[in-house]
Write a protein that binds this ligand. Structure first.
Ligand code: AHR
Length: 503
């Protein structure tokens, strides 16, 4: 396989939105309890936060973390999670059929976010709650003091406001599974009025309206149009969610999932712009891809899958969708990040779902170790290296056929140019299962130094494409050095079959 890539310093997409490297913590399964928070764990700090997990989060480098849901938020009373822990109510959470102890709430999350060095992206409940609960929460979180809600925050131990800027107006409100599911007009009007009331408390807020739960929803497109026709002047972003998996052993289509992501993003941007045109608005609505990942949702009959959870007795933080990611999944994650970067002019926020245990790059055992899944690595390296300007990429790659997307480029790429550090970063995937790919990169207006380095994630010695990291063997899939040559200003490298690499 061969691929030729051209990048030019003057052909940029825009600045890398650092919020593209977001993650997500939901009160779901063991993401919070025994994930980021486990009092009594040998690594727990005085606040019960797992420092082994915090160290991995620091290495992974998420910039912003969405909280507390997800489907969970649509039945959540945020006031249950504040005040003395012993007084907090235990509630049934219908979204995931669990008992929520509320030992972890807003103050605990803000404390965790500060230690993790991430921005908080707070989701409000627009399923069972509405305007009143939302504006009270903004007053509690962001008002300095001297009012009922802000003084309650201070009485609960937080003298200074939390200063949360980024808010999601509900979660997946188009989904019939959602508690308090709404039609597009019902949701659009509610989101519009809630946004207005929240901004009357704090005008600095940045607000995300719910788009479709996925591009296959029967209402996709019409939902965005109706919701934005109500909320256009009140919100800043419309959300996108997408999960991918391998169906019936069709690895080629699975590895080409980012073709779908590219398409999805273009469609939502076009719909938002069409509404803007109709409204004769000068404003541009950007995109918040606030749930994305690989998630094996169907075909698995294990008891931890959402459709079977309700068969179980009510439990606290059960194991739910703790997918184990292999080499193939990590390559797909790398290509999804490429797609997000290529569209960084419109996709300004993205959150991989989720951070720990629940379809997550980090796994942890109660009382036991924490480790990196294969998918941790492309995220961590892209988050660390993608800085400065996103570069357009001209790719002439050999192609291969796929059942779902027709012929696709075998080599997938995104690139950034960090002028401050004089560094170009290339993120490459070889989606071919059998052949190595010879890649040549021509740089225009940029000089390739001899110090170019590269790392690669591929099938480890003795493994296959399903090889994964486990608690017993946590470093089986990882990054190794890759040879990269610089000749006549061109960068040359060989990507092994089924691999993801950064240069
Ligand atoms: O991330 C898991 C779930 O997927 C979220 O709770 C929901 O928003 C989505 O359907």
């Amino acid at each position: 396989t061969r691929a030729r890539i051209v990048i030019d310093r003057d052909f940029t997409v825009g600045e890398v939105p650092r919020r593209l490297f977001g993650s997500f913590v939901e009160h779901m399964g063991r993401c919070v309890y025994t994930g980021i928070y486990e009092p009594g764990h040998p690594s727990a700090d005085a606040d019960g936060l797992r420092t082994d997990v915090l160290e991995l989060v620091a290495e992974m480098g998420p910039t912003v973390v969405r909280y507390p849901g997800g489907n969970f938020v649509s039945g959540y009373r945020w006031t249950d999670g504040i005040g003395p822990v012993e007084d907090r109510p235990r509630r049934l959470d219908g979204a995931w059929h669990t008992v929520e102890s509320n030992r972890f709430g807003l103050h605990e999350f803000v404390g965790w976010a500060r230690k993790a060095g991430v921005e908080v992206m707070e989701a409000i409940n627009l399923g069972t709650a509405g305007v009143e609960e939302a504006r009270a929460l903004v007053e509690y979180a962001n008002h300095p003091g001297g009012t009922y809600w802000s003084d309650l925050r201070r009485a609960n131990g937080a003298e200074e406001p939390f200063d949360i800027r980024l808010w999601c107006l509900g979660n997946e409100m188009d989904g019939p599974w959602q508690i308090g599911h709404k039609t597009a007009s019902e949701y659009g009007r509610l989101a519009q009025e809630t946004a207005k009331a929240m901004r009357l408390v704090d005008p600095r807020l940045e607000l995300v309206a719910c788009g479709s739960s996925n591009s296959g929803m029967p209402t996709f497109g019409a939902w965005e149009e109706t919701v934005l026709s109500h909320t256009y002047e009140e919100v800043d972003f419309i959300s996108l969610h997408a999960y991918y998996q391998e169906h019936d052993g069709d690895a080629a289509s699975f590895l080409a999932s980012s073709v779908d992501t590219d398409h999805f993003i273009s469609r939502v941007a076009a719909t938002a712009d069409a509404v803007g045109a109709k409204l004769k608005s000068k404003k541009q609505i950007n995109l918040s891809f606030d749930e994305w990942n690989v998630w094996y949702q169907r075909g698995l009959d294990s008891e931890d899958q959402p459709h079977r959870i309700a068969e179980q007795p009510w439990r606290e933080h059960p194991r739910v969708i703790e997918d184990t990611y292999n080499v193939t999944d990590a390559v797909v994650v790398g290509t999804l990040l490429n797609s997000l970067l290529r569209h960084g002019d419109r996709v300004q926020i993205a959150n991989q779902a989720q951070l720990v245990n629940v379809i997550a790059p980090i796994r942890s055992e109660p009382g036991g170790p924490a480790w990196r899944q294969s998918s941790f690595h492309p995220f961590a390296r892209t988050a660390a290296l993608a800085k400065g300007q996103i570069l357009q990429t001209r790719v002439s790659s050999d192609k291969h056929p796929t059942a779902r997307f027709g012929d696709v480029d075998t080599v997938d790429v995104s690139a950034t140019w960090d002028e401050e550090n004089g560094r170009v970063a290339l993120f490459l995937a070889n989606r071919g299962l059998d052949e190595a790919a010879e890649v040549e990169v021509e740089l225009r207006g940029l000089v390739a130094g001899t110090g170019a380095t590269a790392e690669v994630l591929t099938t480890p010695e003795g493994g296959d494409r399903f090889t994964a990291n486990t608690a017993e063997d946590p470093a089986r899939v990882g990054l190794t050095d890759l040879a990269v040559g610089v000749e006549d200003g061109r960068v040359r490298l060989t990507l092994p079959a089924l691999s993801w690499a950064c240069v």
